[in-house]
Design a protein around this ligand. Structure first.
Ligand code: PLP
Length: 350
């Protein structure tokens, strides 16, 4: 519960924890553009360590972290192979094309969030005066639009082998990579190992207010630091933000298992409500996507309003489609109440 609401729209609605506010108030700071903020440096070192990479860079958002990563990997006219349901392709304002002249080559995301290796290979450009140059394969883990699916290390290894055969780089939008790691029971570094670069968000399930990191090789991060400055992302006493990020990394990762358990409970409860369609077995992490049966005599808007009247918020995720995301501020009672609110909102169907 947050301010009297059961807010399941996203894990981005999470407020910082009391421990984070404490750490923010006490944070040692400096001018980070001069490289003088000790708290930002500690966060960058901790993030690189968690991902098993040489270096990391603190960013204002996940969108900016992906943009700066792509701008650093690719030049104008280069092509990125990306899933057609990827956040980077669908929900980042076309930044790669608008700001980088980078050409996205979308190929189908499978229901488990992966791209088929055959599809990737078929999309790789041959040396031809007509073609853009394929530079990068971009993956997403967990996959938001694929019900929070986690991509396992074995899949990453196969993509790496393919990328190496063609001299390509691999980037992972790991906005929720810690959810994937916890769900699969592996360290996040095992999911990052076969990627050149990985981004992750502090501001989602990990509960910090602001911030994402890019992790990768030291020379890449040096260049990305210049690109970050170019897009106006150089921050000054950012240690007040990084301090919450350190608390997030140290204390908020293992507990994601609770969010996953609650998401499964929510999905199983939804499956029992007449008028709801859901593939409950697909819920692996904290994202639950479900549909309203076309026969339910309610518009999508009326359904959302009926829930809001009961202090429950979910997100419309397309026609007849909705998303609910569990997080730190949702407990077992909230799940029961949300299920009751949804059952109550749907008129009896006979
Ligand atoms: C939220 C999200 C992002 C972007 O993060 P912002 O901090 O909201 O810009 C990128 N990728 C995925 C998969 C996300 O869910």
């Amino acid at each position: 519960m947050l301010n009297g609401w059961i807010d399941l729209r996203s894990d981005t609605v999470t407020h910082p924890t009391p421990a984070m506010r404490e750490a923010m108030a006490r944070a040692e700071v400096g001018d980070d553009v001069f490289g003088e903020d000790p708290t930002v440096r500690r966060l960058e070192e901790a993030a690189a360590g968690r991902m098993g990479k040489e270096a990391a860079l603190f960013m204002a958002s996940g969108t900016m972290a992906n943009l700066v990563s792509l701008l650093t990997h690719c030049g104008r006219g280069d092509e990125v192979i990306v899933g057609d349901l990827a956040h980077t392709f669908l929900s980042e304002v076309g930044g790669m094309a608008a700001l980088g002249g980078i050409h996205p080559r979308p190929i189908p995301n499978q229901p488990d969030g992966t791209l088929r290796l055959e599809d990737i290979e078929a999309a790789i450009r041959s040396e031809d005066i007509h073609h853009p140059r394929t530079r990068l394969i971009a993956l997403e883990n967990t996959h938001n639009r694929c019900m929070g699916a986690a991509l396992p290390p074995e899949y990453m290894a196969r993509v790496r082998a393919l990328a190496d055969r063609y001299g390509l780089k691999v980037h992972v939008d790991g906005a929720r990579i810690f959810n994937a790691a916890v769900a699969l029971g592996v360290p996040a570094a095992a999911l990052a190992r076969d990627a050149d670069t990985v981004t992750f968000c502090l501001s989602k399930g990990l509960c910090a207010s602001v911030g994402s990191l890019i992790c990768g090789p030291a020379d890449f991060i040096r260049e990305a630091r210049r690109v970050r400055k170019m897009v106006g992302g150089g921050m000054r006493q950012a240690g007040v933000l990084a301090a919450a990020g350190l608390v997030a990394l140290e204390t908020m990762v293992d507990r994601l298992a609770e969010d996953h358990r609650r998401a499964r409970r929510l999905a199983e409860g939804l499956a029992e409500i007449p008028g709801i369609r859901i593939e409950a077995h697909r819920v692996q992490t904290n994202i639950v996507i479900f549909e309203l049966d076309p026969r339910v005599p309610l518009t999508d808007e009326a359904f959302l309003q009926a829930l809001e009247a009961q202090r429950v918020k979910i997100l419309r995720w397309g026609p007849r489609r909705f998303r609910a995301v569990t997080h730190y501020w949702i407990d077992d009672t909230d799940i029961d109440r949300a299920l009751r609110a949804i059952a109550t909102a749907i008129p009896n169907m006979r």
